[in-house]
Design a protein around this ligand. Structure first.
Ligand code: TMP
Length: 216
């Protein structure tokens, strides 16, 4: 049975680049790897609705924290058979965003007092009720804010006219989400976590060794 490894982080943290580097390192070390990403905008109607809501094309839908969380959760629920097959046939299944995205963003959207309740609600819905495979390890990619801001500026140059969705364009929400992510990582929510500060040398070689040999 393969290991389910999740990459989490804010919008623009560099998750896709890390996934590609990790895939290369894990493969070079002889591991079989496959990767996937949530939301699956092109493959799932719930993800498609969530995207429309994030771009203001679904009336007031995005204003409901719980409605948005349910859409993202249903996307993952529909992916369970494929995830189980991937886990049975690979050493590592690498996932860009998973259930912790739902916990972190939706807790951050509500006041501090509701954080614990929302995080537990997401866990009960996705892990208990939907029986989603639980991650074996979660990586929080959390570069310093200047590095993330520089990356966002570069992205604006390479992808001019790219629209930012309702969460991406909300700096206060991003800062609160960062704080919830760090709490989840610190508490070892659902699995062991490794926090990766993507500003230093390439973290992929050491992470690949940890994921193939290390505990958790
Ligand atoms: P994306 O930027 O990775 O396409 O995801 C869109 C937004 O949706 C992003 O700001 C994170 C958020 N999100 C959730 O709130 N819950 C989830 O379960 C997922 C996968 C994403």
């Amino acid at each position: 049975m393969g290991r389910l490894v999740v990459i989490e982080g804010l919008d623009g943290a560099g998750k896709r680049t890390l996934a590609a580097r990790l895939t290369a390192e894990l493969s070079a070390a002889g591991g079989t790897v496959c990767s996937t990403a949530f939301p699956r905008y092109d493959d799932d109607v719930h993800a498609e609705l969530a995207r429309d809501a994030l771009y203001g094309r679904m009336g007031d839908l995005a204003s409901s924290v719980h409605a948005m969380a349910v859409l993202f959760a249903l996307d993952r629920r529909a992916a369970i058979p494929a995830l189980r097959t991937d886990l049975a046939t690979h050493d590592v299944v690498l996932v860009d965003r998973y259930v912790a995205s739902n916990a972190a963003y939706n807790a951050a959207r509500l006041g501090q007092d509701a954080h614990g309740e929302v995080v537990e609600w997401v866990r009960a819905l996705e892990v208990e009720r939907f029986d989603l495979p639980v991650p074996d390890h979660q990586l929080l990619l959390a570069p310093p804010r200047e590095v993330a801001a520089e990356r966002a500026r570069a992205r604006e140059l390479t992808e001019p006219g790219r629209e930012r969705d309702a969460y991406e364009s909300d700096d206060a929400l991003q800062a609160r989400t960062d704080a919830v992510y760090r709490q989840l990582a610190g508490a070892g929510w659902l699995s062991p976590w490794t926090v990766v500060d993507g500003s230093g040398p390439d973290p992929a070689p050491a992470l690949a060794r940890l994921l193939l040999d290390g505990p958790g």
